[in-house]
Design a protein around this ligand. Sequence first.
Ligand SMILES: Nc1nc2c(c(=O)[nH]1)N=C([C@H](O)[C@H](O)COP(=O)(O)OP(=O)(O)OP(=O)(O)O)CN2
Ligand SMILES: [Zn+2]
Length: 120
Amino acid sequence: MIVELVKEFRFESAHRLPNVPEGHKCRRLHGHSYRVTVTVRGEVDPEMGWLVDYGDIKDAVKPLIEQLDHYFLNEIEGLENPTSEVLAGWLWTRIKPVLPQLHALQIHETCESSCIYRGE
Ligand SMILES: Nc1nc2c(c(=O)[nH]1)N=C([C@H](O)[C@H](O)COP(=O)(O)OP(=O)(O)OP(=O)(O)O)CN2
Ligand SMILES: [Zn+2]
């Protein structure tokens, strides 16, 4: 039995996009209440009755969320141009080694705008 488990994390951060044209609103310093939706996929262990403990997903992701929460993203190594796409790649590189069942990351920058990354 193959399932997908989904767990959501939130953090607040400031950023600006340095590579957009002069006059673009996102070139200015502003902030977001980010949501990160983490999806893991795989076979259910018949003995445990689950794929992985939701708590294991939390243990893998929370330390990274703490590196982002209430920081200026542009000052973090690898996030000098902190688009949703770059943030998705940054998180994927760090989560995948500790959570091999990672299947997708969705970065919600606003209520209406989000980026889905599946590691390709
Ligand atoms: N492909 C991307 N486009 C944009 C990104 C991004 O990361 N990837 N980021 C931004 C800005 O950070 C902006 O703050 C969020 O974008 P936007 O959806 O335009 O935000 P609004 O809430 O202002 O959207 P409206 O629909 O215009 O109200 C821009 N683009
Ligand atoms: Zn923004």
